[in-house]
Design a protein around this ligand. Sequence first.
Ligand SMILES: NC(=O)c1ccc[n+]([C@@H]2O[C@H](COP(=O)([O-])OP(=O)(O)OC[C@H]3O[C@@H](n4cnc5c(N)ncnc54)[C@H](O)[C@@H]3O)[C@@H](O)[C@H]2O)c1
Length: 355
Amino acid sequence: MSARFIVTGGAGFIGANLVHHLLRERDDAHVVVLDKLTYAGNLDNLAAVERSPRYEFVRGDICDRELVRGLFARVRPTVVYNLAAESHVDRSIDGPGDFVRTNVTGTFELLDAARGHFATLAGSERDAFRFLHVSTDEVFGSLGATGYFTEETRYAPNSPYSASKAAADHLSRAWFHTYGLPVLTTNCSNNYGPYQFPEKLIPLVTLNALEGKALPVYGDGSNVRDWLFVGDHCEALAAVAARGVLGETYNVGGNSERTTLEVVHAICDALDEFSPRAGGSSYREQIRFVTDRPGHDKRYAIDASKLARELDWRPRHDFADGLRGTVRWYLDNRSWCERITTGTYARERLGLHQG
Ligand SMILES: NC(=O)c1ccc[n+]([C@@H]2O[C@H](COP(=O)([O-])OP(=O)(O)OC[C@H]3O[C@@H](n4cnc5c(N)ncnc54)[C@H](O)[C@@H]3O)[C@@H](O)[C@H]2O)c1
């Protein structure tokens, strides 16, 4: 049986990497991307596959009930990967409404369309169907200096973004328990790698550095995140869809805890080597400490041992190498960076919520 995938949010950062991964890994994979193309979605991310007969792009909103149901009926997906989301915490502080709409209502529409589709399936098609909801470690709130998020950690979201993702996770859980929809949920840590929109730390700092701009570090730069290479994440998603236990959640992490300042230093060091500043001084001189994000969670760290134990998945990229490769990718793809930001976003500071 060939595999038919719907990837929502497939023109975004992780979604595009997943589309490439699925088409590369399986000759019989057919991938349909459903994406609204918000500021964060970009068809340039999918240019490498646009001529593939096994790939189709559908522009649309996951909140559009008719469109989503029609798509499920036409494509008859084997696996739905739900990555469509408003994903930037700073933007959720400035405008939470879009986050509730897409992340909560959109996930509801997808789950309910999947339920209708699942009811039409029989035999091996019914056995194979999976709905994989992609979520974040931010739903667990903030850690102190020690400890890890496990699949048992209670939910304690602190930002409008993480609260909207938590709501979607609860809906996904309910569609499994109430309706028997074959749902799986993953909660991953901060991803990095090619095709990330340059509002996020690593591409933002890389591009600002090259343009001689300030490198903004929130607060004192001591907030800790667990960095996961996006290619490792895609492998985890494929493993969970193929072999995960229905109704379960899986944490995906990179075993790479770093403070923000450590990450920014590592980017500067890579750039000092790949593209030295005129005069020979380090890009570290461009670092500027700026007002912290309101409600900024102190530390996230993932215990991904369930994935290792049950599905034999481990992150394969070491942070130092993965980061250097990522900085290299942004250096080698400057025209991509310019095209996707033209006119819409100038890497300005967002999410300060003053007053
Ligand atoms: N990037 C990370 O570090 C990270 C970490 C944890 C979890 N996640 C989750 O992974 C998923 C993908 O994240 P990302 O970083 O690739 O996000 P992204 O912002 O790069 O991409 C999101 C994509 O969703 C699309 N989209 C937004 N609203 C839509 C709607 N209403 N209908 C259809 N498409 C819509 C956008 O056009 C874009 O292509 C998200 O669900 C996010 O919450 C991301």
